[in-house]
Design a protein around this ligand. Structure first.
Ligand code: GDP
Ligand code: MG
Length: 308
């Protein structure tokens, strides 16, 4: 059995969380089961080094996947299935989507193939909280994800922002910084995913703050807590469960989605238009000029001569 295809195991990592966190997670899973949801598959994607693998480890409460400060990531996606009281949580870690300043199409392709016959319940798109700008590369990544899975994937997404234990610069409050960072990110996501202004309400993409550092502050219940008082692990799970109950559809990855639009078919769509164009402009024009010639020919020769 390959490493990337792990068998479902009991989710023992949850027992490592403080009781308060465990209780909140149990409550969320119970609610899902009550809603007849027995599996939750989370696909984690983003640039390299943003903290995807660390987030997978934090969420499962186990060191399951390779974390590196030096961007030498694993090359293949990995799925980590965990079972708890009849509920299966699948978390999929993926390699970064950028190489040498460009979107790594090959890595995206590998991810897509890996997902064959799987259902993505939620895309957790990870980036860093403590970054101050977005650029065209971010837009390209969003566009590539959109082209791969369809625009509807953004109705099933959560933006996870790592390094969330931060003191904002320039005297900004934490919430102001969060608002600004969210706004710039959302702009680039809307642009890359071609979400129009009138569609913004249909694509209300929530943000979950993340702090994977072992030095994350804890509260009296020993839960990992952010500067805004939020216990981020149960909060992220809550955000994820809210997304799956927002009425949108999960993304099932079939062969058709993997193959993408058939290049032959893409051309064929235009055939009726080409025929119509030919009829109206070419055929009509030729007909017209033939009729003209016939008319001309019917004219007596002297009339034609006069015309010149
Ligand atoms: P990936 O390439 O996106 O999978 O990123 P990794 O999870 O391998 O993390 C890259 C580096 O960032 C590692 O050195 C991690 O320890 C560090 N890191 C990841 N998340 C956080 C975080 O939330 N806070 C801090 N302080 N460091 C983080
Ligand atoms: Mg990684």
């Amino acid at each position: 059995m390959s490493l990337s295809m792990q068998k479902a195991r009991d989710w023992t990592g949850i027992r490592g969380f403080p009781n308060a966190t465990q209780n909140k997670l149990h409550e969320l899973l119970e609610k899902l089961k009550y809603d007849k949801v027995n599996t939750l598959t989370i696909l984690v994607m983003g640039k390299g080094g943003v903290g995807k693998s660390s987030t997978v480890n934090s969420l499962l409460g186990e060191r399951v996947t390779y974390v590196s400060a030096f961007q030498s990531e694993g090359l293949r996606p990995m799925i980590f299935p965990r079972v708890l009281a009849g509920f299966t949580l699948n978390v999929i870690d993926t390699p970064g989507l950028v190489e040498g300043g460009y979107v790594n199409e090959q890595s995206l392709d590998t991810i897509k193939r890996f997902l064959l016959d799987k259902t993505i319940d939620v895309l957790l798109y990870v980036d860093r909280f403590d970054s101050y700008r977005v650029d065209n590369l971010d837009r390209q990544i969003i566009k590539a994800i959109t082209d791969t899975f369809g625009k509807k994937i953004w109705k099933r997404s959560v933006i996870g922002l790592t390094h969330a234990q931060l003191s904002p610069p320039d005297g900004l409050s934490y919430d102001d910084f969060l608002a600004r960072r969210s706004e710039t990110l959302m702009k680039v996501i809307r642009s890359g995913a071609t979400i129009k202004n009138r569609e913004i309400q249909d694509y209300d993409i929530p943000i979950a703050l993340i702090e994977n550092s072992g030095r994350c502050t804890t509260n009296d219940d020993l839960e990992k807590v952010l500067p805004n008082g939020i216990c981020w692990i149960p909060n992220m799970m809550k955000t994820i469960t809210e997304v799956i109950s927002n009425g949108s559809k999960a993304i099932y990855v079939d062969q058709k989605l993997i193959d993408g639009p058939d290049p032959n078919l893409r051309g064929k769509i235009f055939i009726p238009y080409i025929l119509a164009f030919q009829y109206f402009f070419v055929v009509k024009y030729i007909k017209g000029s033939i009729m003209g010639d016939i008319k001309k020919e019917k004219k007596p020769l002297w009339q034609l001569r006069d015309g010149f």
